[in-house]
Design a protein around this ligand. Structure first.
Ligand code: NAD
Length: 333
């Protein structure tokens, strides 16, 4: 079985649901249920004996030790984190606590567990750490996309806390031989995302007729990936990735925030035409986020070349599915 941390959040829940559907492997899902965790995300597997939910904080080492000893997973997939840049600017302490201290406590307990394994269980054990492209900082318009050997230059407290976690994961491999894998992924979109992040926020506000706040001039560029493609990439890395390596994951779709919001408005206009105007008329430019990274872009050639992964969903079709999911009111269920 797999032990997943943060499996009630956006990407974690999509990973749990898609893994159970595609591989059938049992999962123990450890999540603290912060504001970002939502058990409704897991409604589809309620009562499924292959899924066990455990409410716990990854900083609680004794609890992790107990769970590892009891469940004996073949791998850990680590999603649990504080993940919203704006919140990290307002209150960085919780980001250091969960993303750095929490990852450290998971590494320590994983190391103890792994050292106690023998034979093929020890050989095949993996810890997959799910990280972000934000650790690489910001790109200029002509810079090449982030590759695995791009130097780290995190700019927000969120990115810095994830970078610190990545370094600890790397060190646990080099120092103790812990069989780790790290992935750095671009911005995800899809169902089950908490509506503080750009895409669900814009859809939710638009449907409520509220203004659509776009930071600065809307020219910040992000590379977007449909969440189920990310989950697929994680399963591929878990099965075929080389121990100690990092893999960048991205959709190869670069877009300014303004272009993205206009695309969302156009899709909404088709699916639920706005009475008395266009959704686009609701766009309002607001004061920029401090230190807002201008551009992210991912060079995902390594994972394609070495492991044969590439996204299956096109940006347009993924976005259409996502908007449809929110328009149908499924987020509230
Ligand atoms: N969302 C993206 O676009 C994106 C892109 C690249 C990487 N990532 C990374 O992927 C991971 C998941 O991101 P997400 O968008 O699903 O985040 P999310 O905020 O939606 O979910 C995080 C989950 O972790 C849980 N959690 C938080 N603190 C915890 C703790 N101390 N102990 C146990 N559980 C805890 C929360 O309850 C929640 O269920 C994160 O590590 C994030 O850095 C996200």
């Amino acid at each position: 079985m797999l032990l997943v941390t943060g499996g009630a959040g956006f990407i974690g829940a999509n990973f749990v649901l898609s893994t159970l559907a595609e591989t059938g492997e049992a999962i123990v899902n450890v999540d603290k249920l912060t504001y970002a965790g939502n058990l409704c995300n897991l409604d589809a597997v309620a009562g499924d004996v292959r899924h066990a939910f455990v409410q716990a904080d990854i900083c609680e080492r004794a609890r992790l030790r107990e769970l590892l000893a009891e469940r004996r997973p073949r791998a850990i997939v680590h999603f649990a984190a504080e993940s919203h840049v704006d919140r990290s600017i307002e209150g960085p302490a919780q980001f250091v606590q969960t993303n750095v201290v929490g990852t450290f406590s998971l590494l320590e307990e994983a190391r103890g567990y792994w050292e106690g394994l023998s034979g093929s269980a020890r050989q095949s054990f993996r810890l997959l750490h799910v990280s972000t492209d934000e650790v690489y900082g910001s790109l200029g318009p002509q810079d090449p996309a982030f590759a695995e050997n791009t130097p780290y230059a995190p700019n927000s407290p969120y990115a810095a806390s994830k970078a610190a976690a990545d370094h600890l994961v790397r060190a646990y491999h080099h120092t103790y031989g812990l069989p780790v894998l790290t992935t750095n992924c671009s911005n995800n979109f899809g169902p089950h995302q908490f509506p503080e992040k750009l895409i669900p926020l814009m859809i939710t506000y638009a449907l409520q007729g509220k203004s659509l706040p776009v930071y600065g001039d809307g020219g910040n560029v992000r590379d977007w990936l449909y969440v189920l493609d990310h989950c697929d990439a994680l399963r591929v890395v878990l099965e075929k990735g080389r121990i100690g390596e990092t893999y960048n994951i991205g959709g190869g779709v670069e877009m300014t925030n303004l272009e993205l919001v206009k695309t969302l408005c156009a899709l909404l206009q088709q699916m639920r035409p706005r009475q008395g105007g266009r959704y686009e008329d609701l766009i309002e430019f607001v004061k920029d986020r401090p230190g807002h990274d201008r551009r992210y872009a991912i060079d995902a050639r390594k994972i394609e070349r070495e492991l044969g992964w590439r996204p299956r969903e096109s940006f347009q079709s993924g976005l259409r599915k996502t908007v449809r999911w929110y328009v149908d009111g499924r987020a509230g269920r």
